[in-house]
Write a protein that binds this ligand. Sequence first.
Ligand SMILES: [Zn+2]
Ligand SMILES: [Zn+2]
Length: 228
Amino acid sequence: MGIYTRLTSFLPKQSCVLCGEQSTFCVCSECESSLNIINHRCLSCATQLSNDLHFCGECLTHAPNFSRAYALYQYEGSCAILIKKFKFDHQLCIGDFFAHKLQEKYQKIVAEFEGYDAIIPLPLARGRIQERGYNQTHELLRIIAKRSNILVDQKSVTRIKATRALSTLNLEERKCEIQNAFRAQAMSYKKVLLVDDVMTTGSSLNELARVVLKAGVRSCDVLTLARA
Ligand SMILES: [Zn+2]
Ligand SMILES: [Zn+2]
């Protein structure tokens, strides 16, 4: 028995939330391998690309306010099930699993490129936090905050408008709904990383980026767990 096997054999076993098999983490390694990781994405907005270009057509004509976007998984199949269970069924062990994966991704980004002065999670409306009991993005950033020397700034930007659920709206309605939803105090960071759980059209993160740049930040990138 190797040291790793000996060590993991002491870890408490639990059931995988997807298939019910005994597992060290609440997502077993087999179900984890079913999460769709797409490496070829638009450098600017992280949408999946089927050609060998670096940018999608949308970004070539209307570049977003953030410089680069990174995403771990494609928002579909078991990934979408896990995120919904985490967000709406309060299954915090899934948040813990994703927080470790997000930390691994973050380490790769900062090893390859220059680091950031701060991380800014997308602020949720207060009503939504009370409803859920926690802000899921803070849960996702827990391991990064613990293991890296990075400041997770939850104070400089606040949500001043509670928006309707964006998932029910089309792109134009989303843009309109999210406009002026955030307020930022002056910031002296050079480069920040904006973080959210899922990017669908990117309207919220694009608006957050606009507000952050207006508040004095020179450039910002985006990291999300999943990209639709
Ligand atoms: Zn499983
Ligand atoms: Zn793009």
